[in-house]
Design a protein around this ligand. Structure first.
Ligand code: PHE
Length: 447
């Protein structure tokens, strides 16, 4: 899009917003977080979080963006000039850069895996070998830095030209293709011997496992997956024409995004249990199990290659939206040219991404941080992907609920004749449910 262009159509906007939402969050993060948090119970809480927290906040961000036609910092400034509220926007800008750092490392893995598929490395592979291949891949520092650089350069190139509109055109074809391949993977996975155990893990909640950590994980995952809490959807809404329907757009984006995540779980867990593998393996989960599924399919090499390529494109439409937030800020507020803004932020992100890239075994310190006993990437993922986004979403709810006021937001949502039947529920959610729930979940982490 141009520095301040407009989306061509409603479908274009929904696809762009869905392009931001759908990405590694659905196919890499959702399964691994589900596996780490005990399965079905987490999934249940996640779905509730999408409906009760995600949808209302998304609508609030769309409305804020369209009403002000500004980047996150500018939006808060426009509505309450001279107050500290624009720090909420700043938090979003910083969070965007930080998520971009570790996200690009994982996106680099998808590129590396494209090549591995083509090279036939996964032919007839069994689980032990798949785990070894993955481990040696992520502990090779130079390879990690290389793929990270390639992926970030792609993102920078596209954002610097302001041609993400062009990419949406490809995404329009490629995302349905990804969906089709996922359906084929689904069939393969569900028909593996022992798949039922995986379905049970994924669908049958064990309420004895409930604890505060599961709630934070589910809430964070809902915000992460829907690209909320850092002003992405606000920024995307700022390129939106007056006449579009914000309510149905939000519903579409949330529905498509959840569909892909849930589908990913249906692929990963049956296969995982059929191979007698543990679900709580952390960030490497899908990169170990997917090659095993491909190896058990006719034409697996090509399926694998196509899958990782399409996943890389899905990741690219997300990293574009991550980079777009700080870039829109620098263009609008600091009057920087787009190219300069993009390259500068991209380079900073690259440097800050190095610890994550080296945390898979490349450098011992980052692989096993002292005291925390965690790797740097997982730490960053939790800190920025869960906590910072939750804080951002909390501030958006407070701002829209009490500072801008829901009446003004509702006016923005409905002033083009859109009927919003659930307006009362939305107000209730933004003013009370979202702030209270987010606060309780965040505070409960300290006990
Ligand atoms: N929602 C994206 C995904 O699921 C990640 C993202 C988070 C993008 C926050 C923008 C903002 O992959």
């Amino acid at each position: 899009m141009a520095s301040r262009g407009k989306w061509g159509s409603k479908v274009g906007f929904i696809l762009a917003a869905a392009g931001s939402a759908i990405g590694l969050g659905n196919i890499w993060r959702f399964p691994y977080i589900t596996g780490n948090n005990g399965g079905a119970l987490f999934v249940l809480i996640y779905i509730v979080a999408i409906i009760v927290l995600g949808l209302p906040i998304m609508l609030a961000e769309f409305a804020l963006g369209r009403a002000t036609a500004k980047n996150p910092v500018g939006a808060f400034n426009a509505i309450r000039p001279g107050t500290k509220w624009h720090f909420t926007g700043f938090l979003g800008v910083i969070t965007g850069v930080m998520i971009l750092t570790f996200y690009s490392v994982i996106a680099g893995w998808t590129l590396g895996y494209c090549l591995k598929c083509l090279g036939g490395q996964f032919k007839g592979i069994v689980r032990e070998k798949a785990a070894l291949v993955f481990q040696s891949f992520i502990s090779d520092s130079w390879v990690q830095i290389l793929w990270l650089a390639v992926f970030l350069l792609l993102t920078i190139y596209i954002v610097s030209k302001g041609i993400s509109g062009g990419l949406e055109k490809y995404a329009k074809v490629m995302m349905p293709l990804l969906f089709v391949i996922m359906l084929l993977l689904l069939i393969r996975s569900l028909t593996l011997p022992g798949a039922e155990k995986g379905l049970q893990f994924y669908l049958k909640p064990d309420f004895s496992k409930i604890n505060g950590r599961v709630f934070l994980a589910a809430m964070g995952q809902a915000f992460f997956s829907l690209s909320l809490g850092m002003g992405t959807m606000l920024t995307y809404g700022s390129y939106l024409k007056r006449k579009e329907n914000l309510v149905s757009s939000a519903a579409w984006v949330a529905a498509l995004d959840s569909l892909i995540a849930i589908l990913a779980g249906f692929i990963i867990f049956p296969a995982l249990f059929s191979q007698n593998m543990m679900p709580d393996q952390g960030p490497g989960l899908v990169f170990v199990i997917l090659p095993v599924i491909f190896s058990q399919m006719p034409g697996g090499v090509w399926f694998g290659f196509a899958f990782f390529t399409l996943l890389a494109v899905a990741a690219l439409t997300s990293t574009i939206s991550l980079l777009e937030v700080p870039v829109a800020f620098l263009i609008d507020e600091k009057k920087w040219p787009r190219r300069k803004a993009t390259w500068l932020v991209g380079m900073v992100a690259f440097v800050l991404a190095v610890p994550s890239a080296l945390s898979g075994g490349g450098v011992r310190f980052f692989t096993n941080l002292p005291i925390l006993h965690k790797d740097f990437l997982s730490l960053w993922d939790k800190l920025w992907g869960n906590i910072a986004l939750s804080i951002g979403a909390f501030l958006v709810a407070i701002f829209v609920g009490y500072v801008w006021k829901t009446a003004n937001a509702l006016d923005e949502i409905t002033n083009n004749g859109v009927k919003f039947r659930l307006a009362k529920c939305w107000v209730l959610s933004i003013k009370y449910v979202c702030p209270l729930l987010i606060l309780i979940v965040l505070i409960s982490q300290f006990f």
